[in-house]
Design a protein around this ligand. Structure first.
Ligand code: HEC
Ligand code: HEC
Ligand code: HEC
Ligand code: HEC
Ligand code: HEC
Ligand code: HEC
Length: 269
């Protein structure tokens, strides 16, 4: 390795270490940090449940994103990307909206089903659960079964979802008849955008449209989060830690922000 390359590398690594010690995580991040990998990206929904004598609803991203794209739920079905913002009622689910788009006994278990011998089964507790997040052993087991086959990641779910999709190990469905509206499939023509980290020695960021196309559609990011012209959007690391820009997904569902080097990956010399 040439000396200037080596010293460049060394310098960036040093800067990253210093910066990591300076970046103070939000209290919410600290609380999430204690959760096991199978509860990274888990959301509790309780706008109406407790007040109607039901346990809150637990929604886990890992199982869902392994089968369906972000776009399908957050654009076509219309779930908010901010916890607690979607007003879901039980009657909506039963009418085939929100969770009921899939939890109808066809794509996934329904609220109530008939067993093979015609007995009524109520699945209320599979969604409305009294077990605190992180303490449900059945989920931990189910998760282990899935992760066994997927490439390991460092943080969050400890799954490298991007690699898993490149290898074809997960193939999330992007369309459900009667719910999804036809749209041009996201093409890869937009290519990579290089974002300047604005600090000498700190690796710049390569934003890959191709990687993001697997899970998201243009309208999840444009024009609300990002202008359609490179360099027009102002985003600082502080904004990102506060849940804006890349932080709208990274740190909540996509890999967490402490994985600095996965975004700051473009050599700057
Ligand atoms: C099966 C449907 C479904 C899929 C697939 C899905 N989500 Fe969600 N997502 C939800 C629901 C439901 C909520 C909770 C909404 C609420 O509380 O109002 C949610 C919440 C979120 C939140 C807010 C979480 C928080 O703690 O603030 C983010 C961010 C998010 N999703 C991102 C994603 C990303 C990124 C993907 C793809 C990798 C994805 N979602 C895939 C249904 C889905
Ligand atoms: C697929 C998941 C799922 C299943 C199964 C399910 N629910 Fe729900 N239910 C929800 C969600 C999501 C909400 C809205 C959560 C919130 O914000 O409080 C909800 C809300 C409720 C509410 C609050 C009042 C209202 O009008 O919405 C009641 C009561 C309720 N469910 C009863 C039941 C009963 C009884 C069963 C079993 C027969 C059941 N649910 C099965 C997901 C489910
Ligand atoms: C786009 C389709 C889709 C939507 C929308 C969806 N689910 Fe699911 N869900 C699935 C599939 C597929 C599975 C796995 C198969 C099964 O268990 O039947 C699953 C499994 C689950 C499980 C069992 C695994 C676990 O974490 O315990 C729960 C609970 C659950 N979903 C809750 C919800 C709730 C609550 C909502 C609405 C807020 C919702 N789902 C919306 C497709 C969906
Ligand atoms: C996950 C978020 C995300 C998604 C999804 C996404 N983009 Fe982007 N896009 C970005 C970011 C970030 C930039 C860079 C913004 C900047 O530099 O200020 C960008 C930049 C662009 C640019 C400007 C490029 C340039 O060189 O000037 C175009 C055009 C664009 N996107 C089109 C699209 C289209 C079309 C789609 C869907 C097919 C799409 N994007 C999907 C995040 C996204
Ligand atoms: C999800 C991707 C992502 C991750 C993970 C990430 N960054 Fe950033 N970082 C960015 C983006 C985007 C910018 C803004 C670039 C621009 O202004 O165009 C940025 C900018 C910065 C800057 C420049 C000054 C500022 O505040 O904007 C510093 C310093 C920085 N990041 C440090 C870190 C450190 C330390 C970590 C790990 C704890 C980290 N980053 C993790 C995407 C990321
Ligand atoms: C709408 C949600 C969303 C937004 C906004 C978003 N990402 Fe992502 N990103 C994802 C998802 C989903 C993945 C798949 C990997 C995962 O979930 O951990 C991903 C993967 C990545 C990867 C990994 C690619 C690989 O090959 O390993 C990088 C790097 C990345 N994002 C950087 C960024 C940067 C930088 C920004 C902001 C400019 C950003 N992302 C904004 C959802 C998002």
């Amino acid at each position: 390795m040439k000396w200037h390359v080596f010293s460049g590398c060394f310098f960036s690594v040093l800067i990253m270490i210093v910066l990591m010690s300076l970046v103070v995580p939000r209290p919410a991040d600290a609380a999430k940090k204690r959760l096991p990998p199978h509860e990274y990206g888990t959301t509790l929904m309780d706008n109406f449940s407790k007040q109607n004598q039901m346990d809150p609803v637990v929604f886990r991203h890992w199982i869902h994103r392994s089968k369906h794209t972000c776009r399908l739920c957050h654009v076509d079905i219309g779930f908010s990307m901010e916890a607690g913002q979607t007003l879901v009622r039980e009657k909506d689910n039963r009418a085939g909206e929100f969770c009921g788009v899939c939890h109808n006994g066809k794509e996934a278990f329904a609220c109530e089903e008939k067993s093979l011998v015609g007995k009524d089964i109520k699945n209320c507790e599979r969604c409305h659960t009294a077990i605190a997040i992180g303490h449900d052993d059945r989920i931990a087991d189910a998760f282990d079964e899935v992760t066994e086959k997927l490439p390991e990641g460092r943080f969050g779910n400890r799954i490298d979802w991007a690699l898993a999709s490149r290898k074809g190990l997960v193939n999330p469905k992007d369309f459900i008849e009667g719910v999804s509206f036809d749209r041009a499939k996201m093409t890869h023509e937009q290519g990579d955008v290089s974002l300047d980290a604005k600090l000498t020695g700190l690796p710049d960021i390569i934003f890959s449209h191709k990687e993001h196309a697997v899970w998201n559609s243009c309208d999840l990011c444009h024009p609300e989060v990002y202008a359609l012209k490179a360099g027009q959007t102002k985003h600082s690391m502080q904004d990102i830690f506060a849940g804006k820009s890349c932080g709208a997904c990274h740190g909540k569902v996509a890999f967490p922000l402490k994985d600095c080097g996965r975004c700051h990956s473009k050599p700057v010399y």
